[in-house]
Design a protein around this ligand. Structure first.
Ligand code: SF4
Ligand code: SF4
Length: 291
């Protein structure tokens, strides 16, 4: 299936660039290491043959529709994760729908290039087929290689396990994780929802975030990041994948998502291009037991 998608991608990229319909195609190319791929920005029809699509296309591409938004009309490859990211960017008014041409790719799930095991973020993925596209390059996935989590119980199983810990156990668990954070901000850079022009951590004059690398400052960064993304997180898992220190960022994200789901029936983010997030509007029936 991946070979057929790769051929279709190359063909359509070549056609879209040759006709001038798009200025750039955002896809994947070969990396420097075995089984490694990297985001690829194709601007001429001749470069289209360097596009690859295989089981190791681990980078999610939605963020680049934001970073490349001034480069003219973009064709973007969208699997389930990218499609939800694009919806979120449109809903957050970071890009216009007309700015992107979406090449839909049904996805079987990607593999870790070192272990050849299914990637953790793909095991947890609930939408293998793109939820928005202009054309679909293959038939939708009906029997994914990696099963899709079927229920909220399955999706939030790890969160529930940690909720059962004592307060001290939870603090020890996360302090251990925050201790390891080196504040490289890779989690922020890869996230399609992190689109502030200037991040609070970079505002050195107001002193929101100290520059010291210690547990308190690291905890502050990570918790503000989670709260800020809040109900807009599309659960693409890219933040956790790119973290060089292996922090369990998705457990933090999903705790927030689970609470919002229980309090406001928030559901999953990024399924439509409408502004549908629970914290984005007020309802007189909203719960307010914290008042
Ligand atoms: S990617 Fe990991 S180490 Fe880097 S800032 Fe984010 S949590 Fe910290
Ligand atoms: S916080 Fe992580 S999982 Fe959520 S949208 Fe950003 S990169 Fe994806």
């Amino acid at each position: 299936m991946t070979q057929a998608i790769e051929a279709a991608l190359r063909k359509r990229a070549q056609e879209l660039l040759a006709s001038g319909e798009v200025a750039q195609v955002i896809a994947w190319g070969s990396g420097r290491l075995t089984k490694q791929t990297a985001p690829l920005f194709v601007t001429t029809p001749e470069q289209a043959d360097t596009i690859v699509f295989n089981d190791y296309c681990v980078n999610a591409l939605a963020k680049y529709a934001f970073t490349e938004r001034d480069a003219g009309k973009l064709a973007v490859c969208v699997r389930g994760c990218e499609a939800r990211g694009i919806n979120r960017l449109i809903a957050d008014k970071q890009i216009e729908r007309e700015q992107v041409y979406l090449l839909g790719i049904p996805c079987q799930g990607m593999k870790d290039r070192l272990s050849d095991e299914p990637l953790a973020k793909c095991v947890a993925c609930t939408h293998r087929n793109p939820v928005i596209y202009d054309e679909l390059l293959a038939s939708e996935v009906t029997v994914p290689v990696v099963p899709v989590p079927q229920s909220a119980a399955e999706r939030f199983a790890e969160v529930k396990e940690i909720e059962a810990y004592t307060r001290e156990e939870r603090l020890a668990l996360y302090n251990d994780a925050f201790d390891r954070c080196i504040r490289c901000y890779a989690c922020r850079e890869g996230c399609p929802v992190c689109t502030c022009r200037e991040c609070f951590v970079d505002q050195s004059d107001v002193g929101w975030q100290g520059k010291q690398g210690n547990t308190d400052e690291n905890r502050y960064y990570n918790l503000v990041r989670v709260f800020h993304i809040g109900d807009r997180c599309i659960e693409c898992g890219e933040c956790e994948r790119v973290c060089p220190m292996g922090l369990p960022l998705m457990t933090l994200n999903r705790k927030w998502i689970k609470d919002l789901d229980e309090l406001f029936a928030a559901g999953e983010a990024g399924l439509t291009e409408e502004l549908d997030n629970a914290l984005g509007h007020y309802d007189v029936h909203d719960v307010e037991e914290f008042m």
